[in-house]
Design a protein around this ligand. Sequence first.
Ligand code: ADP
Ligand code: MG
Length: 646
Amino acid sequence: MTETVKEAEPKQIEFKAEIRQLLDILIHSLYSNQEIFLRELLSNASDALNRIKFEMLTNRDVLNPDAELAIWLEADEDNRTLTIHDTGIGMAEDEIVGGLGTIAHSGAKEFLKAMEEAGKKGQGVTTDVIGQFGVGFYSVFMVAEEVKVTSRSFRPDAQAVTWTSTGQGAYSVTPAEKTDRGTVIEIKLKEEAKEYARNYRLRQVVKAHSDFVAFPIYLKEEKPPAEGETGKKIEWPQINEQTAIWRQSAREVDAEKYKSFYQQFTFDFGDPLLRVHTSADAPVQFYALLFVPSKKDYRLFGGKDDYGLKLYARKVLIKENFKDLLPNYLRFIEGVVDSEDIPLNVSREMVQATPLLEKIKGTLVRRLATELGNLADEEPDKYRTFWREFGPFIKEGIATDPDAKSRFMDLLRFPSSSSENADDLVSLKQYADRMKPDQNEIYYILGDDFKVLSRSPHLEYFRKHNLEVLYLTDPLDSFMLINLADYNGKPLKNVDDAGLDLPEADKTDEETPAEETISSDDFEKLVARFKSVLGERVESVRESKLLTDSPARLVNPADAMNASMQRVQRLLGKDYQVPKKILEINRHNALIQNLAERLAVNDSDPLVDVLIEQLYANELVTEGLHPNPAEMVTRIYELMQAASKG
Ligand code: ADP
Ligand code: MG
């Protein structure tokens, strides 16, 4: 296809210093993701095709206006070569010299810096992002011994030119014989990279990285001669999907197509739980196709950061794992965003600073919140799966992002005192809808486990008066409550809060038990004894108005750090100190009555203090606040010994 021309002496030109340094690293190091070189070259070809498309709209004087806009791949295993040919805009001599080596590239320096920093952090160097720095072309030297680029510009009078380099120090430029428009890149592969001269491998890499390039990519296949014929048959099948389904209207895409796209895109063989396919024209033009996967991805654990959306500008992928189009807590979402308003040649670092993206982000978050809400209403089974897999991310959002609260609060689900079991969940809306008419607060209790919570003494009063209590058993709930103080104006209150605003009706129908088995005097004495034994460890000791069965409970003083903050501190394990609480005791409980009697009979009865200590320890355990339950064992033996005396 190309030959170097006549007597012209090749011009040797040195690479700029930073490019030499970049090439040195690319040539001499081993990278696991070498295959991305093909993506970079195909994306350049696709850029060139987009540009000629534009040129043809505005300029009638274009070479080969009828040439098909496409890319052709041709591999030769025996000679270890790969050729990539496009009918794009092409390059004249000054453009090839400028584009491929001479213009000082700030991107090369920045890329080197990024690689160095990744190396320092021990993350291993990754070339995957090279394209974002505007130096993607050089990634070809990860696989090439020598590269020859022959190009002819679309300008009818331009001279074709060949650029050749081994990537070591310099390149040469000579005039070339090429009559048609476009660029041909001939790569002599390194021995270690010979796999890229095999068609099956090329298909794989195209599928993985360039399937949705907007122009056809053809691959040369040699078929054995058909029967009765001689000579191999040459075919050029198209190997990319090409259609950007996110740019179609949702009506045009059937379920099967979505599914195969999703599976190719995510390598998840399940069905997505939710799909959001949307587009907008104003204020920003964009298309988006987002998925909630069928399950949590391993990539979301262990500090890996290869999540994020694919960002396309006019069907050209400009960034994979783009993290700035969704808030971090929605990092489980997969998908594509494609915007006409992001210029193709925008410096990719700049993308992050543009207000366009903020607008897109706002729209996406709103849509996702709405669609997840609809999923909850319309497909409760799927929503349950969603909540199991991704609920913690929603809670994280509410804990960390003030905007998330109003948007995602209705997605929250909790078990409650009305639940049959831990999987029987209610939403805040359901809770609010069935609140008693004069109930002003939403009640919750914090604890580690559904079963333990359902036995909590705090619930006695609420059960008796038919007040529902949410069970917050996830460690994240405590963090979330720091931001979630109310739901539609109704404050969320811990049942252990000393200053609850309980419904009036229920306070008045508080029944006083018929028989007063201990005198007020004896009870007061017992309260005083509790205070002297527990001393500074409690805020105070007083009679409980709410307990009916249990002997005691710990409540949170009104001015104290709230219980969820205390739990957060305990979970973080930072200088944990048992918080000071109010101990409420129940004078109608048999144990309390026995204690009061014992004390009345003999105020130096040694068992009284031991029982008080153990009662307090029991309450700490119930609340999940005991720093070291094993401490109780000696005391329990002492009590068992007394009990077994008979
Ligand atoms: P970027 O694509 O980000 O500009 P690259 O290093 O990939 O950076 O490419 C450098 C430049 O070389 C491109 O901007 C373009 O001008 C030119 N170029 C590369 N490949 C082609 C091609 N196939 N056709 C036309 N121009 C190309
Ligand atoms: Mg490029």
